[in-house]
Design a protein around this ligand. Structure first.
Ligand code: B12
Ligand code: SF4
Length: 494
């Protein structure tokens, strides 16, 4: 059996980092970990190829080779997924679809032959049994959460890892919290399920053997969901693993209560973590209460962020506007908070109701849903009738994004952050790619860019005040270029 695994294209958005990737000559930020994991669960004797459309085009000869196509994706990739599925259909291929996009919205894809939904560890074996005796059903779904200790290591050999900016590893799934807008708990449950330390080390060994020396993203929904296992098992093992390997930097996602645990932060930094994405959402208590983000309530969030930065972890933040309790003052409050905290990469989105979430159910009960989510909450759209006047929300959001990524405030925020940040213990070996990126940044931003004054001012400031952080200052300048391009393309619908 010849199986072709296909990963659809991401639109040009905040998280695609498309404009920044050019500086380091990479095609995509991360590999399709779900498909690589599914590939490892397929029969050994099947021949497998993978086309990540973010890296290269799907060719007719790829389709001619394949007998069956396995496609994955998240909502943000739905347009590309529709196109690819239509092409596979025309080529007469059997199409099997799975992953978050299809798990939530499979009814939209009439041309797919088989849906293998939820976590493949549970649904794929039954599908494969039926498929091999030519008796496969259309839909395989389950509400069971599998034990990750059975999950195989991804088949890295199916991708050219050098085309990506970063690699990914998953340690856990699930999150103990219950935020109203989030579909993580609906998809993966409240009890964090973890792989064993030996599995994670084996995956990292695999990457290292394949020649990977740059950053690795731990794609956990909340990396600190099980602190005991982290402190007693995984982090000490990662600290050992890093020794003699030149140091591979890690980054991940976590909840704000990380700021309460000095020991955990210290161990994470020692293990190589230098960046963490945290859902801050809003500085307003009423908004936090409304979305049940109780872990963020009654805290000094700016002080928390600074504590994490001082420990050696750059904080990237997720923010939301458009809660029912938000008034037009929210835009200024968010601007002020983000500037004060020095969160350089601030992903501000309009609240969207994703199917399967408590928010979606509430708005449905209130008769306020008025469309489908794009899955990309930084495109300025929403799929429900907001409490705030729609025009005020639209304009407020646009001005907030415009302000945050304008060169003045953006570069000021970098300086606020660099003042606080501890130099990472592990920053990865020197790579010529970085030198090229610096040369390109100096040309594009420092000579031709509108931000040239701010760019050179930052580099000079960093050179004299925090010289060891110069590479980070250049990286953040390049991110700013990407964010500005993305914001400029933001055509907010009326
Ligand atoms: C890493 C990640 C990213 C990376 C993607 C990198 C990449 N190349 O895939 C980045 C940072 C780019 C990203 C971006 C976004 N992401 Co994201 N991301 C994740 C995250 C944290 C981990 C994904 C992962 O690698 N998981 C590990 C693998 C092993 O799991 P998996 O992919 O789910 O695969 C399993 C099953 O789904 C299934 N499966 C998967 N594919 C297939 C295919 C077949 C054929 C079969 C049978 C089974 C199957 O089997 C696998 C094993 O069980 C998830 C959260 C999560 N826990 O999944 C969110 C998640 C996928 N992202 C999400 C969202 C919303 C986004 C953004 C839109 C955020 C935003 N607001 O902008 C952007 C969109 C990107 C863009 N440019 O516009 C949502 C998706 C919701 C949905 N239903 O589609 C998730 C679930 C998070 C959430 N809070 O809801 N993301
Ligand atoms: S803390 Fe993050 S992952 Fe957990 S439920 Fe809230 S938004 Fe979702």
């Amino acid at each position: 059996m010849n199986v072709l695994l296909i990963y659809p294209e991401f639109p040009d958005t905040f998280w695609s980092f498309k404009h920044a990737l050019k500086f380091i000559r990479k095609k995509a930020s991360l590999p399709p970990l779900g498909l690589l994991t599914v590939a490892a669960m397929l029969p050994k004797e099947w021949a497998k190829r993978l086309v990540d459309v973010n890296v290269r085009k799907l060719r007719d000869q790829d389709l001619a080779w394949a007998e069956v196509v396995f496609i994955s994706g998240m909502i943000a990739q739905q347009d590309s997924a529709h196109e690819l599925i239509a092409r596979c259909r025309t080529a007469g291929k059997t199409i099997v679809a799975g992953g978050p996009l299809f798990t939530l919205e499979h009814e939209q894809f009439a041309e797919v032959d088989h849906f293998v939904l939820n976590e493949a560890e549970v649904t794929l074996p039954e599908f494969l049994r039926d498929f091999e005796r030519d008796a496969a059903r259309r839909v395989y779904a389950s509400s069971e959460f599998p034990d990750l200790r059975e999950t195989p290591a991804p088949l890295w050999e199916l991708v050219n890892i050098q085309r990506y900016a970063s690699m990914s590893v998953q340690f856990s799934r699930g999150c103990p919290f219950d935020c109203e807008f989030c579909n993580i708990t609906a998809m993966f449950g409240h009890r964090p399920r973890t792989k064993t330390t030996a599995q994670v080390i084996a995956e990292l060994d695999g990457l290292h053997r394949a020649g990977w020396r740059r950053t690795v993203f731990f794609v956990d929904d909340n990396f600190i969901g099980n602190k005991r296992v982290l402190k007693e098992e995984l982090l000490p093992a990662l600290i050992q693993w890093q020794k003699g390997r030149g140091g591979i930097p890690f980054y991940t996602e976590a909840s704000i209560n990380l700021a309460d645990d000095e020991e955990l932060m210290r161990l994470m930094v020692e293990a190589g973590f230098n960046q963490v994405f945290i859902g801050i959402e809003t500085p307003e208590e009423a908004g936090l209460a409304e979305c049940n983000k109780r872990q963020n309530q009654q805290r000094d969030l700016v002080a928390d962020v600074k504590r994490i930065q001082r420990a050696g972890l750059e904080v990237q933040g997720g923010f939301i506007v458009g809660f029912d309790s938000d008034t037009p003052t929210i835009f200024a409050r968010q601007m002020q908070f983000i500037q004060q905290s020095g969160i350089v990469t601030a992903m501000v989105g309009l609240l969207q109701a994703i199917p399967g979430t408590k928010l979606h159910q509430r708005l449905k009960d209130q008769g306020r849903l008025n469309g489908q989510t794009t899955g990309n909450n930084v495109d300025g759209t929403t799929n429900f009738i907001p409490r705030m006047n729609r025009e005020t929300l639209r304009e407020g959001y646009k001005s907030l994004m415009g302000y945050l990524y304008a060169p003045g405030p953006y570069y000021r925020r970098i300086r606020t952050f660099l003042r606080e940040y501890q130099r990472p213990k592990i920053s990865g070996p020197f790579n010529w790619c970085y030198f090229m990126a610096f040369a390109q940044a100096s040309l594009r931003l420092g000579v031709f860019g509108h931000e040239r004054f701010e760019y050179w001012r930052l580099l000079l400031w960093t050179f004299f005040r925090r010289p060891t952080l110069l590479p980070l200052a250049v990286t953040l300048s390049i991110y700013g270029y990407h964010f500005r391009k993305t914001c400029a393309a933001l055509e907010l619908p009326r």
